[in-house]
Design a protein around this ligand. Sequence first.
Ligand SMILES: O=C1O[C@H](COP(=O)(O)O)[C@@H](O)[C@H](O)[C@H]1O
Length: 253
Amino acid sequence: MAGRRIVVFPSSVELGPVLARLVTSRAEKAIASHGRFTLGLSGGSLVSMLGKELPALPELDCSKWVVGFCDERLVSFDDPESTYGLYKSKLFSKVNIPDSGILTIDSSLPVSECAEDYTRKLKEAFPDDHFPVFDLLLLGMGPDGHTCSLFPDHPLLEETTKIVAPISDSPKPPPQRVTMTLPVVNAARCVAFVSTGGSKAPILKEVLEGREGPEFPAARVVPTNGELFWLVDDPAAASLTTQVERLSSGAKL
Ligand SMILES: O=C1O[C@H](COP(=O)(O)O)[C@@H](O)[C@H](O)[C@H]1O
């Protein structure tokens, strides 16, 4: 697929610093071009990696960052399942993103209203865009091929008008979540998936090399005008036969 870069690292130890430098290079570019950097974060295994790598960068300045969540679980912020709660303790407490630049859900609302409230926050943050155009979205992929909270065979995959959608029947707990929709994901200037570990090898092969039947949600992430990276480690890439780039920790993307 044109424009897609599949980059394989020996392990997540080498991948982490390159991911952190991808974030800061896209931040510098965005701030130089339009005065701020808009970043969408996913939960799961990404939280620990970013919490380790970003604060370790020398002279990291996040004062012009605006951060949203690609998806969020509808639980209180002190629940261990809360993506915001985890980022607060592992990342936001260690870097200088202004509180006003962190776009959170209101977890006290019922799920549909929560999605509407988060939609309003994104529209306010992106007043000029029909669909918010994030400078960078960081995505994970579950072993079932889901990304954000967009799950295989779910009707939300066909959403074409909403910015944020509620989901009450997530097959992965917790069941109630809100998620960016595919039109928002595919409007981004840059999307980077991070997928590590041998448990991701079978699904990674199907997502990147195709399969019979409907595409997995992660395979439907094809930014219209943006860059697409798949940053994976050797165990996750073990079954791939497609062409990949092999890099180590000193690389810059
Ligand atoms: O439930 C979720 O899972 C995906 C994948 O997580 P990972 O731990 O397998 O990387 C994550 O991207 C998403 O934000 C989260 O809500």
